[in-house]
Design a binder for this molecule. Structure first.
Ligand code: AP5
Length: 217
C-alpha cells in the first residue's frame, strides 16, 4: 500500500497517518517530522531548513526530494508507506514519480479537505511530545496529565510555526504551491477526498474501510 496524504496544514494528516501506519504495519514518512529532526540535530540540512520552516515557507525542493529518496531506501518501506506532507509542489510530485518508477507507483492519494477556521483552531491548540512526537490538542485530545505525554511521559511543546501569523502564511503557501496537486492526482485517477473536519475516530473508520482491501503479505 503506497499512499500520499495531501491537504492543508492542520487537516489531520499526521494524526491519521500515525494511527493508520501502525494499524496496517506500514511506514509513516512525514517530511515535516524528518525536517524537524534535522533541525534538532543541527545538521547542515537542518540549518538550511530552519529559516524556511519558521517563516511558514516551503523548504527548497532539492533538499526535501533527496531526504525522501533516502528515506524510501529504508527496508521498512517495502510493505508500503504513507507519505504525509510530501509532495507539496508539482516538481516534487514529478520527482517522486521518477524515483518510484512504474513498478512501485502510488496507489491512492487521500485529500483531507477542511476550512481556515478549523485549521486555526486545530493548530493553535496543538501540542506535541518532545520525545515520541505524539500529537495532542488542548481541547480535542488533551493529555491525561497536563503538559505530559500519555505514551512516554515526555514533555509537550508547541511548534514554533503554530503561531497564528505563521499558520496564516502556511495556508497561503498551501494555496499557492500545493493545492494544484489535487488536480495533478485527480487527472491520474488516484485522488480520494475525505472531510478532515470529521471526528478523528470516524475519519479513521472511513480510511480503514477505504484501505480494507489491502492485505499485507
Ligand atoms: P508539516 O509538519 O508537514 O506541517 P503541515 O503540512 O503544515 O501539517 P501539520 O503537521 O501542521 O498538520 P496535519 O495535517 O498533520 O495535522 P495534525 O494531524 O497534526 O510541515 C511543516 C513545515 O516543514 C512546512 O511549513 C515546510 O516549511 C516544511 N516542509 C514539510 N514538508 C515539506 C515539503 N514536502 N516540501 C517543502 N517543505 C516542507 O492535527 C493538527 C491538530 O488537530 C492536532 O492538535 C490534532 O490533535 C488535531 N486533530 C487532528 N485531527 C483531528 C480531528 N479529526 N478532529 C479534531 N482534532 C483533530
Amino acid at each position: 500500500m503506497r499512499l500520499i496524504f495531501l491537504g492543508p496544514p492542520g487537516a489531520g494528516k499526521g494524526t491519521q497517518a500515525d494511527i493508520l501506519s501502525k494499524s496496517f504495519a506500514i511506514a509513516h514518512i512525514s517530511t515535516g517530522d524528518l525536517l524537524r529532526e534535522a533541525v534538532k540535530s543541527g545538521s547542515q540540512l537542518g540549518i538550511k531548513a530552519k529559516g524556511y520552516m519558521n517563516k511558514g515557507e516551503l523548504v527548497p525542493d532539492e533538499l526535501v526530494i533527496d531526504l525522501v529518496k533516502e528515506r524510501l531506501k529504508n527496508p521498512n518501506t517495502k510493505k508500503g508507506f504513507i507519505l504525509d506532507g510530501f509532495p507539496r509542489t508539482k516538481n516534487q510530485a514529478q520527482k517522486l514519480d521518477e524515483a518510484l518508477g512504474s513498478a512501485d507507483t502510488i496507489e491512492q492519494v487521500i485529500y483531507f479537505s477542511t476550512t481556515k477556521s478549523v485549521i486555526l483552531e486545530r493548530l493553535t491548540g496543538r501540542r506535541l511530545c518532545k520525545n515520541c512526537q505524539a500529537i495532542y490538542h488542548m481541547k480535542n485530545k488533551p493529555p491525561k496529565r497536563p503538559g505530559l505525554c500519555d505514551i512516554c511521559g515526555g514533555q509537550l511543546y508547541q511548534r514554533d510555526d503554530d503561531k497564528e501569523c505563521t499558520i496564516l502564511k502556511r495556508i497561503d503557501v498551501y494555496n499557492a504551491q500545493t493545492k494544484e496537486l489535487i488536480d495533478y492526482y485527480s487527472k491520474k485517477s488516484l485522488l480520494r477526498e475525505v472531510s478532515g473536519d470529521l471526528e478523528a475516530n470516524k475519519l479513521f473508520d472511513i480510511l480503514t474501510a477505504l484501505f480494507g482491501q489491502y492485505n499485507p503479505a
